[in-house]
Design a binder for this molecule. Structure first.
Ligand code: PMP
Length: 361
């Protein structure tokens, strides 16, 4: 069976083993005679999936006590709004660190609800880096500081996280959750759409410090209240059951591979390979991000002009590489190499890049 060299930015590659298991269980989940898509979300089978998936996330991430994990819908984009709806109340402000397209979207949504400010920005660098932490200005009345741990479009990634003192740190980790170990206790809230590193689209993981659930506004629609989802163990309404089941399988796959330290080592190997292909091309390829902030998930690069970039996109597609065109808002090229993208795909791409440079250099 042929599997594509899939460098899609999301939805993205899933582990073949996971797809095979889902296929095997598709029509008869564990003797129920039904697919996970067909069983009740109130059944003991789904409750087990729901609970086990939370446990796996906590185990793999090393989530300390006092945190609750939620499986929500509406994508990370809904979190852009739900966070300020719940936390940005009158008299409060919200501080956003501006690192590119996704941070900007989160900030703009917050502005709809109250006083959102840019605490620091890397705009002057063309969003090729993360701002110096010493430049982050947190207002006295800040309810939270929001960061985007990996800018999927720019290919810029935090290598460490800022210390925001008593002000809770909130992070959009959509494009690098489960790709490396980190200290969850530094964060008040973490959220991620599943469709890059942990599953299919349709479910958004939210990990929230439980003390933050106290005193949240009650005048919001139920679906927009973290408290409602937390009290109901993510079963307030019909959950995206099949997507959560897929996340469950992906997390088990990560665990079997050795966990997040192993994921990080593997992802680094893949990223190093591609950045080397860029750096050793004698200027034919140019990395977008400043070297110290290069993403290990989204490798962004340019060629000398848009024409040649178009040709690269076309020829790479003909050679069987999927998803290398950069985001339409910035152009250029991008290889998304999430957990499930195998090293062999990166080796093949590095080979293609060398050949393309030889031909067109
Ligand atoms: N944040 C980041 C960092 C992303 O990469 C994306 C999607 N590419 C989003 C948020 C939006 O996610 P969703 O499509 O799940 O709303």
């Amino acid at each position: 069976m042929a599997r594509a060299y899939n460098f899609n930015p999301g939805p993205a590659a899933l582990p073949l083993e996971v797809l095979r298991q889902a296929q095997e269980e598709l029509t008869d989940y564990r003797g129920t005679g039904m697919s996970v898509m067909e069983i009740s979300h109130r059944s003991k089978e789904y409750e087990a999936i729901n609970d086990e998936t939370q446990q796996l996330l906590h185990e793999l991430l090393g989530v300390p006590g006092g945190y609750k994990t939620l499986f929500l819908q509406g994508g990370a984009s809904t979190q852009f709004a739900m966070i300020p709806m719940n936390f940005l109340r009158p008299g409060k402000s919200a501080a956003y660190v501006h690192t590119g397209s996704w941070a900007d979207k989160a900030y703009k949504e917050a502005k709809l609800f109250g006083e959102a400010v840019i605490a620091a920005s890397s705009e002057a660098s063309g969003f090729t880096r993360v701002p110096d932490f010493k430049d982050i200005r947190i207002p006295d009345n800040a309810a939270y500081v929001h960061i985007t741990s990996n800018e999927t479009i720019g290919g810029v990634q935090y290598k460490e996280f800022p210390d925001t003192g008593d002000v809770p740190l909130f992070a959009d980790m959509s494009s690098d959750i489960m790709s490396r170990p980190f200290d969850v206790s530094r964060f008040g809230l973490i959220y991620a759409g599943a469709q890059k590193n942990i599953g299919p689209s349709g479910v958004t993981v939210v990990i929230i410090r439980e003390d933050l659930l106290k005193d949240l506004p009650k005048d919001l629609p139920a679906m927009f209240r973290y408290g409602v989802h937390a009290e109901n163990n993510s079963l307030y309404n019909t959950p995206p059951a099949f997507a959560v089941y897929m996340v469950n399988l992906v997390l088990k796959w990560i665990k079997a591979k050795g966990g997040l330290a192993e994921m990080e080592a593997y992802n680094r190997k893949k990223a190093d390979l591609l950045y080397r292909a860029i750096d050793e091309s004698g200027g034919f390829y140019r990395g977008v991000a400043a070297p110290e902030f290069r993403s290990h998930m989204n490798v962004t690069f340019r060629l000398r002009d848009a024409e040649l970039e178009k040709l690269f996109a076309k020829e790479s597609e003909e050679a069987g590489f999927v998803g290398l065109k950069g985001h339409r808002s910035v152009g250029g090229l991008r290889a998304s190499i999430y957990n499930a993208v195998p090293l062999e795909a990166c080796q093949a791409l590095a080979g293609f890049m060398a050949e393309f440079a030889r031909k067109h250099g």
